[in-house]
Design a protein around this ligand. Structure first.
Ligand code: SF4
Length: 407
């Protein structure tokens, strides 16, 4: 049997049973929470002296994130003396990224490659994050001969298979996502297909898709189109040529209802143009974990609540969509950690519209009456941060940690 190609040999499997046993104990120590487990076991409700918290049925770490973190920890254990790098962030959570920094896992730039990529050497280990990375980055790391630990989530790879398939069939991928998000950049790089001749367009809003649909149906100003989607389309994208046959896919962490609406609008525009939908393909690529967290929040919102806390990294797409869902129903605060609950008078909250942290006041939190606080978290948020949040809510309401632990 001939030896595997050099590239394949440099992909390393760090998931040996002995390593994983050690790693999982370490990960559990860093991120698990006995209080969260206790509240979950009680149906997600904890009520003490007029302050009640309700947890969503599903929140926090998803299977893809757990796997990526395990693999990152395992990389350090298996290669204790090597330089270990990571393309960007393993996931969008500052606490997790801080832990990796402490383990001397060094983050490399993810938007573009700089000289540090040229300095990578054969003994270096490079971790590909859960979102994946553009093909050009992987090619570069492989060309330097590094060992690669690939933590790309299987659900992201499913999207890649789909957009590659579209490219093979001459179908343009319309990707519902954020053009500047790591996952979408990685997906877009696959949407041009193996020979690079395919095309893609990334759309974010319903306004974007209405604009695209108008072009698709009636044509329009190509320059204005290219200006609007600069940085969000394949090289040489021509709306008069490349919107003939389209397939819709999405970043795995989008808001499901919005993705469905985008699919519907594109299909209808094609039917109006062609008389049928033969030139329209769709593949819903929202991952199960994102969907479960969104569904669990809708269920939580059926209960009476005074306010909702959404815990997670501000650059986390799936967390941002949980905030969007909450905001439509009740006062919702997007916090990165318990430290954002500064006092009864001030919550430091990330305003997703202004894209900045602002100090805000919650009448409910500050009031003397009994209150109900809903809590959820995105797929990249560890349980220890939820625990801190639970403890802080009670603390601000005059209930100490001991009372919470013994409740
Ligand atoms: S949010 Fe979904 S796609 Fe992303 S890592 Fe988790 S399971 Fe995978």
């Amino acid at each position: 049997m001939s030896a595997p190609p050099e590239r394949a040999r440099r992909r390393v499997n760090v998931r040996t049973p002995e390593v994983m046993e050690r790693v999982q104990a370490e990960v559990a120590r860093h991120y698990q929470s006995s209080i969260v487990e206790k509240v979950r076991a009680r149906g997600g409700v904890l009520s003490i002296d007029g302050t009640t918290i309700r947890l969503a049925k599903q929140f926090g770490f998803c299977y893809g994130v757990e796997r990526a973190i395990d693999l990152a920890y395992a990389s350090r254990r298996v290669f204790p003396d090597n330089r270990v790098f990571l393309i960007g962030e393993i996931i969008h959570n500052p606490e997790v990224n801080r832990q990796l920094e402490e383990m001397e896992i060094v983050s490399l730039p993810w938007r573009s490659m700089d000289g540090r990529y040229d300095e990578l050497a054969e003994d270096d280990v490079v971790i590909v994050p859960a979102f994946g990375a553009p093909i050009s980055f992987i090619d570069k790391v492989e060309s330097r001969g590094c060992r690669i630990v690939d933590t790309t989530c299987g659900d992201v790879m499913k999207v890649w298979r789909r957009v590659r398939g579209f490219a093979k069939e001459g179908v343009t991928s319309i990707i519902h996502g954020k053009a500047d998000h790591e996952e979408t950049r990685a997906t877009a790089s696959r949407a041009v297909g193996d020979d690079g001749s395919g095309h893609y367009l990334v759309v974010l809003t319903l306004d974007d898709i209405d604009y695209v649909c108008a072009h698709l149906e009636h044509g329009g100003d190509t320059d204005a189109f290219r200006e609007r989607f600069a940085g969000a389309m394949s090289e040489g994208f021509d709306p008069s040529l490349h919107l003939r046959r389209v397939g819709v896919a999405n970043q795995t962490t989008m808001l499901k209802s919005e993705t469905e609406e985008i699919q519907r609008r594109v299909r209808e525009a094609i039917v109006r143009r062609d008389g049928d939908d033969a030139h329209f393909s769709v593949f819903d690529t929202i991952c199960g974990a994102t969907q479960e967290r969104q569904d669990a929040l809708f269920e939580l919102l059926e209960e009476p609540l005074d306010l909702l806390l959404v815990v997670g990294g501000y650059n986390s797409s799936n967390t941002t969509h949980l905030v969007e869902i909450g905001e439509k129903e009740l006062p919702t605060f997007f916090i990165r950690s318990a430290a954002c609950l500064v006092s009864l008078e001030e919550i430091v909250h990330y305003d997703i519209h202004r894209k900045e942290e602002v100090g805000v006041y919650s009448e409910a939190l500050a009031s003397d009456r009994p209150i109900l606080v809903g809590i959820t978290a995105g797929a990249s948020c560890p349980n220890n941060l939820i625990e801190d949040t639970i403890l802080k809510v009670f603390e601000l309401r005059g209930i100490g940690a001991e009372a919470v632990r013994s409740a």
